[in-house]
Design a protein around this ligand. Sequence first.
Ligand SMILES: [Zn+2]
Length: 189
Amino acid sequence: MPEKLILHYRDPGASPADPQWLEQQLRAIGFLGERYNQAGDNQFLTGPDFLQYISFIGCSPTIYTTLNEAGRPGFCHMEISTVSQQTRFLGANNIRYFYCPHCRHKAKEPTFRHMQDPDGPDNLWKCPDCGNDIPVYELDLREQGGFGRFYIAIWGIGEGLAIPSDKLLAELERITEKSWRFFYCRTHE
Ligand SMILES: [Zn+2]
């Protein structure tokens, strides 16, 4: 089951004015490597300083990052999305629970109906505790999902295995002049 860590703007409506320029900046800091042709043309190797930008939790596992290892399960590489016109749900089906941003009610009900079409008629979630109607973008999905128009994915990073380093979040904010967040995405196959 493929796993990835998704980085995206905290503002769900934000997008880069020039994705190619952003790509160049990410390469200049050693985070992003060269483009390679497998499963689409927006796939990249990790950059030479990649390990400075990811903090492994617990002992560091062996990770596979070279082109020769591209076929291995868990191959660690990167993907830069295109910019979508609409804000959309960027995650998969690994949301187990989320919080009401107003009263911190913990909701366990699955909300994919809301998530998959955030601009649709069902895009409000009614909190059973405080009664607020809340746009799904504002729900606190913790590190299990997010909304946006653009993302950077690091493939091969499982949930809780590693987090973006402070240095990475600071560099993303410096380059884009916007705040970023992250979550884990796991697709069942
Ligand atoms: Zn509430």
